[in-house]
Design a protein around this ligand. Structure first.
Ligand code: PNS
Length: 165
C-alpha cells in the first residue's frame, strides 16, 4: 500500500520548524506533498509562486518523493486530489493543540478517510514561527537559526525594499 500525505500550510515563509516536520514526514510516507495555501483573504509577504519556489529549494535534499504544490479551497479537497490518506501537521507546543484539534476534527468530518497525523517539532525549533521571524527580520535581528538559508536570503532582500513607516 502506498502511503501518501499532504502537509498543508501558509508557509509565509517556510521556517526551520516546518522543514523539520517535512523531514520527519518524508521518512514516514511514500509520497509527501507540501501544500501551500493560496488564501486571497491574506496579504502574504511572499507570493504563492515565491513560497512554492522557496520550499522547493529547501526540501531538495529530502528525495524525489517529496513535492510542493499550491492549492486553494479546502485542505481535504487538496488531499483527495493527491490521493492522500493523511494530513501532516506539526505541533510546537501545547498552545498549538487546541486549534489543531479543531482543524483535525473538522477535516475528519469533511473527509473521514483522511487522518491527521501530528509530528512534534524538534525542541530547538519550538519557538519558531513565520510571523515572529518576519518581525525579527524587519527589525534587523538574526534570523539565521529560524529559517533555512534560501529563506533568510529572500527575507532579507524582500524587507530591504519594504517601505519604512
Ligand atoms: O500554516 P497555517 O496558516 O497554520 O496553515 C493553516 C491551514 C492552511 C492548514 C488551514 O488554514 C487550512 O487547512 N486551510 C484550508 C481551508 C480549510 O480546509 N478549512 C477547513 C479545515 S481547517
Amino acid at each position: 500500500m502506498t502511503r501518501v500525505a499532504v502537509f498543508p500550510g501558509s508557509f509565509d515563509p517556510m521556517t526551520n520548524a516546518h522543514l523539520d516536520v517535512a523531514r520527519r514526514a518524508s521518512g514516514l510516507f511514500d509520497r509527501l506533498v507540501i501544500g501551500v495555501l493560496n488564501n486571497p483573504k491574506k496579504a502574504p509577504l511572499f507570493s504563492i509562486d515565491e513560497r512554492v519556489d522557496l520550499i522547493d529549494r529547501c526540501v531538495a535534499d529530502l528525495g524525489s518523493h517529496v513535492s510542493v504544490d499550491a492549492f486553494d479551497g479546502l485542505t481535504v479537497t487538496f488531499a483527495r486530489r493527491h490521493g492522500a490518506g493523511f494530513i501532516v501537521r506539526g505541533l510546537r507546543a501545547v498552545s498549538d493543540f487546541e486549534a489543531e484539534l479543531q482543524m483535525a476534527l473538522t477535516n475528519r468530518k469533511l473527509a473521514p478517510e483522511v487522518d491527521t497525523t501530528f509530528l512534534m517539532t524538534a525542541l530547538e525549533f519550538g519557538y519558531v514561527s513565520s510571523s515572529l521571524t518576519k518581525e525579527v527580520a524587519r527589525f534587523g535581528g538574526d534570523i539565521g537559526p529560524m529559517v533555512p538559508a534560501p529563506v533568510a536570503i529572500a527575507l532579507t532582500e524582500r524587507l530591504s525594499t519594504e517601505p519604512r513607516v
